[in-house]
Every structure is written in C-alpha cells, then in structure tokens.
Write a protein that binds this ligand. Structure first.
Ligand SMILES: C[S@@+](CC[C@H](N)C(=O)[O-])C[C@H]1O[C@@H](n2cnc3c(N)ncnc32)[C@H](O)[C@@H]1O
Length: 256
C-alpha cells in the first residue's frame, strides 16, 4: 500500500462507488463513446488492440470492466471466455446488458479483493482502472497466480503526468495544457472528474514497472498511446491537440 489517511483527511472515494452515481455513469459513458472526441478511441484503444493481438481461444479476465464493450468484441473475435469484474453495481448492470445473448459474464467485485485459482485465465486486461487501486502489489500478485504459464497481463492507466497534478482549466473546456507537479510525491489524490470527486492513486512510470517485476512479471511492452492518425476522421486540429500531452500508459507483463 502506498498511502494511509489521518483522522483529519477525507477518506478515499472508492472507484466503484464513484461510478454508481447516475450523473457520473451517464457522463462517463457519453465521454467514453464519443468517437473522435474520446481520447480512449483515438489513443488508448488502438495501442491496446495492437498489443492484444489475436484473442482466439483465450480465457480473459477484465478488471474494472466498465460497460464490458471490449468483452463483446473479444468474444466476437473468438476468445474462449470473458469474465469482467467491476466495483460499481450500476456499471455491472450496464455490462450485463452489453453481454446479453453472449457467454460473457460479469460480477460486482472489488479488484482489491478478487482472487481466482491458479491457471484460470490466459489473458488479464485492465483498462483505466488500476489508478483507482491502493494496494497494487497485492492485485498484481493475485493476477500472476491466476494466470496460466505464458499468460499475459495487459493494463492501461491514466498517464502519470496526468495523475500527478490537478488540471488548472475548467473540466468543461477542452484541455490545452497541463502542469506537471509533485511528480515524485506518490499516493492518493482527490480528483475532480466527471463533475464529482474521486480518489486516484498517483504512481510514477518507474513505480508501475517496478510493481510488475516485483510480482514476477517480465515487462513485455510499455507504450504511451500516441494518438492514431487514422482514428481522427480527418479532424487534424484534434489530432494536433492530442499530440501535445500523453494521457495513457500501457504496460504488458508476461508470466513465465
Ligand atoms: C474509467 S472506467 C474504465 C471502464 C472500462 N475498463 C473501460 O475502459 O471502458 C474505470 C472502471 O473501474 C471501476 N473501478 C474503479 N475502482 C475499482 C475497484 N477498486 N474495483 C473494481 N472496479 C473498480 C469503475 O467502477 C469503472 O467502471
């Protein structure tokens, strides 16, 4: 664990409970599926799909699965099974609807309490959920134990230059710059996100790599999810804006 809270400090706002608020859920899903204007669509997803390769025959676990839209895609692409967990009851309700009619399953479970028997999964993904998690070491060890030999863990998190410091501009405006500060001061940050307050855990890039290797993963890739030209539908101004500041960090760990 990287932080503790004194009696005077506000306690952490857990990611799952945060996404249960109807206004947060609605804003998140709108933001997430806004095409060219979603940084996930133009930056995170293309890098993730490159690293993922073919999911054919794989048993997949998704930590912090959100609406499980990736689960539908992976099942359509031939993965053997898809199991998503999310700490938000509302998100898992939406995820069940996404997966209706497929073999995919979801459960409302906190990432920090989840464990599974050895050799349960071949691929574990976690997209933009682990910066909500305090005890990353325990989570990575649980992942390592539940993977098959040769299995992989593929995670994306909000980039450490973003988790390090609060935005100065209004959250309603398109961001044009970012102040990086307190970068080596790691730990919990209360963040205004989607019109509400939530706790993110700031770690440096080095912290993430070290945590992976400490859990016995070999680092297989590290990417900063540069914007993908062909995802902008010709909107060159948006492409230029997205080239200014890194938003996502992607890491892949292999289990021997
Ligand atoms: C930014 S959303 C990403 C959702 C999905 N992975 C995607 O890429 O669309 C973060 C998700 O992580 C979930 N989450 C945050 N902290 C969690 C925790 N400790 N345990 C389980 N889920 C958590 C939230 O409920 C939310 O659905």
């Amino acid at each position: 664990m990287i932080t503790s809270h004194s009696a005077e400090e506000p306690g952490p706002v857990r990611g799952g409970a945060f996404y249960d608020a109807p206004q947060v859920m609605e804003r998140y899903l709108q933001h997430r599926h806004s095409g060219v204007h979603s940084p996930n669509h133009v930056m995170e997803e293309p890098a993730l799909l490159d690293e993922l390769g073919s999911p054919t025959g794989l048993r997949v676990l998704d930590l912090g699965c959100g609406d499980a839209s990736i689960g539908r895609k992976l099942l359509a692409a031939g993965c053997r099974s898809y199991f998503g967990i999310d700490g938000s009851t509302e998100m898992t309700r939406v995820a069940r609807a996404t997966l209706a009619g497929s073999s995919g399953r979801v459960e409302t479970v906190d990432i920090e309490t989840f464990s599974a028997p050895p050799n349960t999964f071949d691929l574990i993904i976690s997209r933009l959920a682990l910066h909500y998690v305090d005890d990353l070491d325990s989570v990575l060890s649980a992942c390592w134990r539940s993977l098959s030999p040769g299995g992989r863990l593929l995670i994306t998190v909000v980039h450490p230059v973003i988790t390090s410091h609060e935005a100065r501009s209004s959250p309603e405006q398109a961001r044009t710059n970012w102040v990086v500060d307190d970068y080596f001061q790691t730990g919990a940050r209360q963040r205004n996100w989607l019109g509400d307050t939530v706790t993110w855990y700031h770690r440096t890039i080095e912290d993430y790599v070290t945590a992976l290797t400490r859990a016995d993963f070999a680092l297989a890739s590290l990417r900063e999810c540069a914007p993908r030209h062909d995802r902008f539908d010709g909107d060159m101004a948006e492409l230029a804006r997205r080239r200014r500041v890194p938003l996502f960090l992607l890491l892949t760990g292999s289990r021997a």
